[in-house]
Design a protein around this ligand. Structure first.
Ligand SMILES: Cc1cc2nc3c(=O)[nH]c(=O)nc-3n(C[C@H](O)[C@H](O)[C@H](O)COP(=O)(O)OP(=O)(O)OC[C@H]3O[C@@H](n4cnc5c(N)ncnc54)[C@H](O)[C@@H]3O)c2cc1C
Length: 215
């Protein structure tokens, strides 16, 4: 989305807006979408998965469609960070705020980890973009691929990782996780499992930040 003086919105990567796209009579219905890149003064980026009519129509919306924005809102932003080391945990389309935070959170190589979970390789969105940011900033990216574990309902791991403990697997990827600020976004049940694993790994609850895409 393009606009003038967008910096005056005071938005940060990781936050979301309620968007109204004025392309059809249904424009009054707002849809929450997170920024998927750090905001620029001339542009804001979102990345949208088709769930129903409101999200699906974005794929065919004519360039130049006017957009009303309301926000910014949200718990995932640099202001909640009080530790230098950061781990971002995402599943599915929950990657959008995490991708923006990769840019928004200042870090030196080794300080920021992204753990990104999807069912198949094709389900990873923004992968080239994420790899480009990681190469530029020195962030470590861990792609965790595999279908859901059928016999272990409360897990953040795929079936092929179900021989591992929930916290054990996290600490294998990020050994000093207990010292990190942690941000989590993804499917509801997956977020609950990821939060429990993060707490079990020793991160105090005050350093764990979640954004739910359900309402
Ligand atoms: C804070 C926040 C940030 C979000 N950021 C993004 C983002 O960056 N990218 C993105 O693709 N989506 C994001 N979403 C989800 C997005 O807002 C919805 O998918 C979208 O508004 C659905 O509208 P729709 O008209 O396409 O679907 P609807 O017609 O409203 O719904 C279609 C079907 O999907 C189900 N459904 C739709 N959305 C959800 C949901 N969120 N949770 C559970 N079931 C749902 C409905 O129950 C219905 O059965 C975010 C949601 C929130 C709350």
């Amino acid at each position: 989305m393009q606009g003038r003086n967008l910096h005056r919105l005071g938005a940060a990567g990781g936050q979301f807006f309620n968007w109204r796209f004025m392309d059809s009579p249904g424009w009054t219905g707002a849809h929450p979408f997170s920024l998927s890149a750090a905001p620029q003064s001339k542009g804001l980026r979102i990345t949208v998965k088709t769930q129903g009519d409101g999200s699906g129509r974005l794929a065919t919306m004519p360039p130049g469609t006017r957009v009303l924005v309301e926000g910014p809102y949200g718990r995932l932003h640099p202001g909640v960070r009080s530790r230098p080391k950061v781990t971002l945990l995402a599943s599915g389309i929950g990657i959008t705020p995490m991708r923006a935070l990769m840019e928004e959170l200042d870090h030196v190589p080794g300080e920021l980890h992204l753990i990104y979970r999807a069912s198949t390789d094709e389900d990873f969105v923004l992968r080239d973009d994420i790899d480009e940011v990681a190469a530029r900033t020195g962030a470590s990216v861990h792609y965790i691929v595999g279908r859901r574990a059928r016999h272990r309902p409360q897990t953040w791991l795929p079936e092929n990782g179900s021989h591992l403990g929930e916290a054990e697997a996290l600490l294998h990827l990020v050994p000093d996780l207990a010292e990190h600020e942690v941000f989590i976004c993804g499917a509801d049940a997956w977020m609950d499992a990821a939060r429990d694993a993060v707490l079990e790994a020793g991160v105090p609850s005050g350093h764990v930040h979640l954004e739910r895409f359900t309402w």
